[in-house]
Design a protein around this ligand. Structure first.
Ligand SMILES: NC(=O)c1ccc[n+]([C@@H]2O[C@H](COP(=O)([O-])OP(=O)(O)OC[C@H]3O[C@@H](n4cnc5c(N)ncnc54)[C@H](OP(=O)(O)O)[C@@H]3O)[C@@H](O)[C@H]2O)c1
Length: 252
């Protein structure tokens, strides 16, 4: 059974991946959609036609979720053609003031869960399959007032690069995606809306387009995707200039 696994599929960018994933790499038979809100996943199920959908209501901050996922993989032994690691959180605030539980949630979901779920899934992947890991433009340079979030995303980008090198001999594609701000619930959940002049000024990208282009780039075996020219330039500058200098503009 050829399947796609998408985390964070209940909302925003992950939901856009879910809407478009069924044609990935010649076609998927089933999508496994992961998030906490089962009602939102079931709404996605009714929306997606021409491909079976399995709703996995899992809290990726809860270690028990990974036993459930492992048991499901062992029972079904699927041919995972696509893994999209999109679930994520990003809280705005000075390091000393931010709620520690929010910091830990970012580490748990953005780093720990992504690593664990990817490690559990890779044994079920083979040549021609793809892994898409959702990082951020915040991964390019440390981002004051989103210090922990930017650090988790630097990890995601590094993980994607390392995995790409390890898995390319087996024909498994790995793509890191670096979205700029998108108008999704992420901005409200993270206390960003109305609290950051930088965010208010930055151009937005469209989640539907980001998902569509990411899927096509992953099929082609590309390693990176950063939407919008401004942020592509920012990514190049981050490789050329000292981060202490760039952090004057990366503050949000
Ligand atoms: N929006 C932006 O400006 C922006 C910019 C750059 C990068 N990104 C990245 O894009 C990705 C998607 O974000 P988005 O903008 O689409 O935000 P979103 O609409 O808030 O979606 C976040 C998704 O993550 C899931 N999630 C959060 N905590 C979870 C947990 N403990 N267990 C399981 N699922 C969990 C949510 O599902 P439930 O709540 O149902 O669990 C939801 O489906 C994230 O990795 C984010 O860091 C976003």
């Amino acid at each position: 059974m050829k399947i796609g696994v998408i985390t964070g599929a209940s909302s925003g960018l992950g939901a856009e991946f879910a809407r478009r994933a069924k044609t990935f790499a010649g076609g998927l038979e089933e999508l496994w959609l992961i998030a906490r809100r089962g009602d939102r996943l079931r709404a996605m199920e009714t929306e997606i036609q021409g491909c079976r959908v399995r709703c996995l209501s899992l809290d990726l901050a809860d270690p028990a979720s990974f036993s459930e996922y492992r048991l499901l993989l062992e029972a079904e032994r699927p041919d995972v053609r696509l893994l999209v690691g999109c679930a994520g959180l990003g809280f705005l605030g000075d390091f000393e003031r931010i709620n520690l539980a929010d910091d830990m949630a970012m580490c748990d979901v953005n780093v720990r869960a992504l690593t664990l779920l990817t490690a559990q899934t890779i044994p079920y992947m083979s040549s021609g399959s793809g892994i898409i890991l959702i990082s951020s433009i915040a991964s390019f340079v440390p981002t004051p007032r989103m210090t922990v979030y930017a650090s988790t995303k630097a990890y995601v980008s590094s993980l994607a690069k390392g995995l790409r090198a390890e898995l390319s001999p087996r024909g498994i594609h790995v793509l890191a995606v670096n979205p700029c701000p998108m108008d999704t619930p992420f901005l409200k959940i993270g206390n960003i809306l109305g609290n950051s002049r930088a965010f208010a000024r930055l151009p937005r990208c469209q989640p539907a387009k980001v998902a569509e282009v990411s899927l096509r780039r992953c099929e082609k075996g590309r390693g990176q995707y950063t939407p919008l020219l401004l942020f592509k330039v920012y990514r190049v500058l981050a490789k050329l200039l000292p981060h202490t200098l760039l952090m004057r503009i990366s503050r949000v």
